[in-house]
Design a protein around this ligand. Structure first.
Ligand code: CMC
Length: 430
């Protein structure tokens, strides 16, 4: 008899139950039970059966995925099996995007063809650019990006045709190219600057920098490659799950990506880089760091932004790499003085019992905002750059979802806590 079985007795009825235990394909994935098996454990034949209750999905897998692997306890992150450290050191953003989307590292010819397709898609129609010009100057660029991504589903006339791999490729390359241009366009518009048209010959990151600032520095272009690689995918986080949930209902990838970007916006997720900069300014100087850490420990609602993670109970491997990138950027831009406050916050927090006991370490967003600010971007642009990098991960996950025969429309259950049935009372009798 198989030993991969969870067996027990439902003490409400004294009836036995068994649930089969499956294993992930990769040994460290651990074992899992299908929670729909709980439905067979019933008090009576007609009752609903047991339901799994897991607010915020703390312990529920919503899909099987072959894209990104995280071991949160060991601080390991791999894309398609390749360690993030090797990719950040040796690869380029478009190579990583190809890897995430197609599953293998590209050959030179494959990379050239993919790069040509994505870079040529940085040309965005005048209609979309004038849509962005309808937003108020000085407005928040993340809201503009969400709106512009949603608008693409109206301005592109083939958005509902994504059944074939060929059509999916078309949308993937267009969205990756367009999101870079939209990210730059919302910055230029919000800052009251004129639009800089794309120049695909500059390469993806060179082109993006040029559209943002009107010039390209090779050191900054390399730093941007690394930052976008680090943000490219992170398995089933809030925004990626949103992308999958929206797409599971059959919506086009442009609408799904608008939803994903909206999910990224919040300070607990991709908006943390913006929140970190606000926090560092609030702390103000290195000598105030110890007091600030004491406040975070004492005041439950105050969090050390850029610290902690749902999955990592160790140092986020991306934060280690980002810290190094910061100094490469400062060689060109001059030092962002906020780095000294950040380093001191990290030093003091990592010696504090509260942070030690909760396993709270710096995450990817602790240092990324400092770098983007040194490059010359305003705080409101921090999460936009995160979204540009994450676009290829969202699209890789979208394609995986479409090819997964186990997936259906995402539809969680609830535990109803409201009133039992009651009769309507006429307005004049209440
Ligand atoms: N500062 C102080 N306390 C914290 C922090 C923090 N940054 N993070 C978690 N805690 C405490 C929290 O108060 C809670 O304590 P208690 O159990 O006594 O109520 C405990 O640790 C567990 O926190 P949680 O909110 O239940 O954990 P979670 O897994 O739901 O939250 C998190 C993860 C990232 C939202 C949270 O750590 C946080 O708010 N961090 C600051 C925001 C941030 O940096 N977000 C970016 C995440 S990385 C980028 C990305 O991939 O999205």
């Amino acid at each position: 008899m198989s030993r991969n079985m969870l067996k027990g007795t439902d003490k409400r009825t004294d009836k036995p139950f068994k649930l089969s235990i499956d294993r992930g394909t990769y040994v460290a994935d651990g074992a899992y039970v299908r929670t729909d098996g709980l439905r067979k454990i019933k008090r009576t034949d007609s009752d609903f059966g047991l339901l799994g209750y897991d607010p915020a999905y703390l312990n529920t897998a919503s899909c099987k995925s072959a894209i990104t692997y995280i071991d949160g306890e060991e601080g390991i992150l791999r894309y398609r099996g390749y360690p993030i450290e090797q990719l950040a050191e040796q690869s380029t953003y478009l190579e990583v995007a190809y890897l995430l989307i197609r599953g293998t590292l590209p050959t030179r010819d494959q990379l050239d063809e993919f790069s040509e397709r994505v870079n040529s898609q940085t040309s965005v129609s005048e209609d979309v650019l004038s849509f962005i010009r309808g937003f108020p100057v000085g407005g928040h660029t993340m809201g503009m990006l969400v709106g512009a991504l949603g608008a693409l589903s109206v301005f592109c006339d083939d958005v509902r045709d994504f059944a074939t791999e060929e059509a999916q490729d078309r949308h993937i390359c267009r969205l990756m190219g367009h999101v870079a241009t939209l990210g730059a366009a919302v910055h230029r518009h919000s800052a009251g600057l004129s639009h800089v048209p794309p120049d695909p010959d500059l390469g993806f990151c060179g082109n993006l920098l040029n559209m943002l600032f009107g010039e390209v520095d090779p050191v900054l272009a390399h730093a941007l490659e690394v930052l976008l690689i680090l943000h490219a995918d992170h398995e089933q986080n809030c925004s990626t799950s949103t992308m999958r949930a929206i797409a599971s209902g059959g919506a086009d990838p442009y609408s799904a990506m608008a939803g994903a970007a909206a999910a990224l916006y919040g300070p607990a997720h991709g908006g943390a880089n913006e929140a970190v900069l606000k926090m560092l300014n609030e702390v103000g100087s290195v000598d105030k760091v110890a007091d600030y850490i004491d406040r975070v420990v004492a005041e439950k609602e105050l969090r050390l932004q850029g610290f902690g993670h749902r999955v990592y109970s160790n140092y986020d491997p991306r934060a280690k790499i980002i810290k190094r990138v910061a100094y490469e950027v400062f060689e060109v831009t001059g030092k962002n003085p906020l780095i000294d406050i950040a380093l001191e916050l990290e030093r003091v927090a990592l010696q504090n019992d509260y942070f030690v006991s909760y396993n709270l370490y710096p995450n990817v967003d602790f240092y990324s905002g400092i770098i983007y600010q040194a490059m010359g971007l305003p705080v409101r642009m921090m999460t936009v750059l995160f979204a540009v990098g994450r676009s290829c991960g969202w699209l890789a996950q979208w394609r995986e979802l479409l090819g997964d025969s186990e997936q259906k429309i995402a539809r969680p259950r609830q535990i109803y806590t409201g009133e039992d049935v009651r009769d309507y009372v006429a307005l004049d009798q209440r």
